[in-house]
Design a binder for this molecule. Structure first.
Ligand code: TXA
Ligand code: MG
Length: 322
C-alpha cells in the first residue's frame, strides 16, 4: 500500500480522511499531544486493524476521541458533577478520563474491560474529522507498539509508511507527550498516566487532591514493559555521572541529552530546554533523532524530581533500558 502524506491545510483533505474512515481504513492524524492512528470506533474490523498495524497486544485498550462533551453519555455511565466540571475546564484538551462504559461500546476498544477511556482533543483537524464522521474515533499514538510516540508526520511516516493509506500532516504537536489519564470510576479520582495536563491543574478545578500511586515518581506503571523505547539503549544518569562520562575518550559513541550547560558543544550533545513543558515538546523528537544516528547509547541527564517533571520522569523511565 502506498501511504499518502498530505498537508492538512489542503482543501478537501478532511473529506478524504473521513472517506477512508468510513471504509474501515486507518488514518494518522495530528492532535495537540502526539499523532494518533484513527479508526472508526463503531467498526470492529477497523479497530482490529489498529492492533495489527501497530503490532499492539489486544489487551491494551484504546482511547475513544469525541468532539462534543454532550456525546459523553453515549459512551459512558455515571457521569458525576466532578467529571462535568473537569470536562468543562479542560476539554478540548490533553485530559483523558476513565469511566464506566455503556453496554454498546465495543469490547475490542476496552479489551473486555467494563471501563472506557475518553477525550476531546484540542486540534482543529482531529475535531473536524470527528465532526464530519459524526461519531467517535479510537486513536492510539501512531507508532509501532513499544516505540517512541510520533510528534510529527515524518515520525508517523517512518513507522506507518506502506501500512495505512493516509497520514495528515498538521506540523509539530504542540505538547509533545500524551494526555493525562485519570480514573473517574469512583469519587476517589486517581491518576493513571501523568501527561500533558499537570495534576495540580486538575486538583485546582476539583478543589481536592487526587490519588497519585506511590510508585509514580519513579516507575509509574509498576510494570517493566518496554514502552516509548528507542532502539538505541537509553541510559538515565545523574549530572555527576554525566560529567564523568563526557570526559571519557569514547564519548563519540554516545548521544547526550543534557540539561545543565557545560562548556563544550558537539554534534552528539543536545541541550534540552530547562522548562518542563518545552522539554516535553522536544523529548520524543530528540529520542527519534538520536536513534537515527545509531549511537551505541543515549545518555540522558536526569531532570529535577519536582512535580512539573512527573510526566517526563514517567516517559524517560519507560523509555530507558533497565
Ligand atoms: O494523548 C493521547 O492520549 C494520545 C493521542 C493520540 O490522543 N493517545 C494515546 O493513546 O496516548 P495510546 O493508545 O497510545 O495510550 C492509551 C493509554 C494506554 O496506556 C491504555 O492502557 C490506556 O490509555 N487505556 C485506554 N483505555 C483504557 C481502559 N479502558 N482502561 C484502562 N486503561 C485504558
Ligand atoms: Mg502509545
Amino acid at each position: 500500500m502506498i501511504t499518502k502524506h498530505l498537508n492538512s491545510s489542503i482543501a478537501g483533505v478532511i473529506d478524504v480522511a473521513v472517506n477512508y474512515l468510513l471504509k474501515g481504513e486507518l488514518v494518522a492524524i495530528p492532535t495537540e499531544t502526539v499523532y494518533g492512528l484513527a479508526a472508526d470506533a463503531s467498526n470492529i474490523d477497523a479497530i482490529n486493524k489498529v492492533f495489527q498495524v501497530k503490532s499492539r497486544p489486544i489487551n491494551h485498550p484504546l482511547i475513544v476521541h469525541i468532539s462534543d462533551v454532550n456525546d459523553l453519555q453515549f459512551w459512558a455511565k455515571n457521569i458525576s458533577d466532578d467529571i462535568l466540571n473537569l470536562a468543562a475546564n479542560f476539554w478540548p484538551g490533553p485530559m483523558t478520563i476513565l469511566l464506566e462504559k455503556k453496554d454498546s461500546v465495543l469490547n475490542q476498544i476496552t479489551a473486555e474491560s467494563p471501563y472506557v477511556c475518553i477525550r476531546i482533543p484540542n486540534h482543529s483537524i482531529a475535531l473536524s474529522i470527528i465532526n464530519k464522521l459524526g461519531r467517535g474515533i479510537v486513536a492510539p499514538s501512531a507508532n509501532n507498539y513499544g516505540f517512541v510516540s510520533p510528534t510529527s508526520a515524518a515520525h508517523v511516516m517512518s513507522d506507518m509508511s506502506g501500512k495505512i493509506p493516509l497520514v495528515l500532516d498538521g506540523g509539530q504537536c504542540s505538547f509533545g507527550i500524551e494526555s493525562t489519564i485519570i480514573d473517574c470510576t469512583s469519587s476517589n479520582i486517581k491518576l493513571l498516566r501523568p501527561g500533558s495536563l499537570a495534576v495540580y491543574e486538575i486538583e485546582k478545578i476539583l478543589g481536592k487532591s487526587i490519588n497519585i500511586p506511590t510508585q509514580t515518581k519513579k516507575r509509574f506503571s509498576g510494570n517493566l514493559v518496554n514502552h516509548y523505547q528507542p532502539n538505541t539503549p537509553l541510559l538515565l544518569k545523574s549530572s555527576k555521572e554525566v560529567d564523568e562520562l563526557i570526559l571519557d575518550k569514547k564519548q563519540n559513541n554516545y548521544g547526550f541529552m543534557l540539561l545543565q550547560r557545560r562548556n563544550f558543544n558537539s554534534q552528539n550533545i543536545i541541550y534540552m530546554p530547562q522548562k518542563s513543558s518545552e522539554y516535553a515538546h522536544n523529548l520524543y523528537s530528540t529520542l527519534r533523532y538520536f536513534d537515527s544516528l545509531k549511537f551505541r547509547e543515549i545518555i540522558l541527564e536526569l531532570p529535577p524530581d519536582s512535580n512539573d517533571w512527573l510526566a517526563i520522569h514517567d516517559r524517560i523511565y519507560k523509555s530507558s533500558h533497565k
